[in-house]
Design a protein around this ligand. Sequence first.
Ligand SMILES: [Zn+2]
Length: 302
Amino acid sequence: MKKKINFKEKIRRFRKWQEKPYEVAPLSDQEHECATCGTRYQGNFCPRCGQSQRIRRYSFNMAILNFLDVWGLGNRGMFRTIRDLILRPGYMIRDFLSGMQMAYFPPFKMFFILFAFSLLVTHGLNIKGKKLSELNNESSTELASPTLDAQKQPTLILNQEDAKKVDQVNNLMKRTINHVVRSINRYPNLFALLLLLYISGCLYFFFRHCPNIPDLRYSEFFVSLVYINNMYLIYSTVLNFFCLPILASYTLILSLIPLKQLSGYSWWRTISYSFISIFIMIVILILICTLWTIFTVLYAVT
Ligand SMILES: [Zn+2]
């Protein structure tokens, strides 16, 4: 019985910690002399050149931070942001939107770094040392080939001229698909951002008047989704590193947690709004593909 209460108490404290905003280090009231410019001042940073008063003799810790700084990772914000994206993602995003920008690693910079890292992992930097696409290639080619074959063989018996037109349409569509696939492969990070822009457009409709931020701007919501995507990249990269790509794709469901924490909606609302948005997105995509097919056919025929 006692153990149970302790566990509940722990959960309560964790919840409180999740909601609690980031605490800034207390202002130092000692007088310091700046090691760079010699200005005497009170506080944590030199008002003239911005150097921290904590910088003293060069240590191994600083060497590591300086080393990480080569890739723009050399501040503690990165580690705090990763921790908060795992333990309190939605509250962290709320804090960031309310102006706590110094405390967290910038969202887009983090996105490009995590994305580059996830590409490295999927292209062989994992425990098996193999490309993940090679590991599950068989299943995807099996899925792709029958549909292409079905397109190649017209079911109706056509005269020569019509058969030629069908061929033309097929070629044109294949060329466009190849072109799109090649562009995605060449600029995967930009494509991911475009996809996020599309997703945020549909989701924003449901979340713009949420209880926690009733006047949420689209730009703010888009940045929130970039952070949520960063959270997903953290989980999926770790799982991909252990060659568990299917489990990695399931972690996309975890995006519901920050959406709930950020919006203040109930679980039921968060889940239903998200699924309605996904449904609308798929319908729009199908519509676009249908229109595109009709235009391609018209273009090839005339
Ligand atoms: Zn100074």
